[in-house]
Design a protein around this ligand. Structure first.
Ligand SMILES: [Mg+2]
Length: 187
């Protein structure tokens, strides 16, 4: 993979300050009918055992709008499956994102093809890189504040810095402008 192609694979199709800023009707217009959701620091604090009321009602809204939805996480089965059950969602656990296998497993759970599937996550080097390589519609959300896995904090977040800098310069900003609060990204 050339350096340019690698860089392209790191840039999300859309970036938003939080999950709640994702415009579901806009996604539908893009032909999206399946959504894979990262778990830790995307829809729940890494050490938390319960979802916020806002997240639970957001998931309900997504279901009501007839999106197929599943969890995709690198975390261990005890945590992922237990939490997914609380939301009534199927899940891929111990995923080893950004490798393609977990994304393929998630596509099988959803019963969708890559062109009609979005992945929402907080990490460029797992969620976005893996999703882009498979041709998914990638959505980067600002991570929930809180404790992170040591490798995420020391390695992945440092590697993300130059990519975020580039994104924030506005090179991919046009689509994000359709989304509520997108201009507040990173502030
Ligand atoms: Mg995450």
């Amino acid at each position: 993979m050339s350096r340019n192609n690698l860089f392209r694979c790191l840039v999300p199709r859309l970036y938003v300050p939080s999950l709640f800023a994702v415009d579901l009707d806009f996604l539908r217009q893009q032909g999206i009918c399946g959504i894979m959701l990262d778990l830790d620091n995307t829809i729940i604090y890494r050490d938390a055992g319960h979802f916020s009321a806002e997240i639970i009602s957001w998931i309900e809204k997504v279901k009501e709008k007839n999106f197929k939805i599943c969890i995709i996480s690198n975390n261990r089965p005890q945590r992922v499956l237990g939490l997914a059950r609380k939301l009534g969602l199927p899940a891929v656990c111990r995923g080893v994102k950004p490798l393609p296998a977990p994304f393929r497993r998630a596509l099988a759970l959803l019963g969708t093809v890559p062109e009609e599937t979005a992945v929402v996550g907080d990490q460029i080097f797992t969620d976005i890189l893996g999703g882009n390589r498979l041709g998914l519609y990638t959505i980067l959300v600002a991570p929930l504040p809180g404790k992170e896995f040591w490798a995420t904090r020391l390695i992945n977040r440092q590697l993300e810095r130059p990519v975020l800098w580039w994104i924030k310069r506005g090179n991919k900003g046009k689509q994000a402008q359709r989304h509520r609060g997108a201009e507040d990204w990173g502030q």
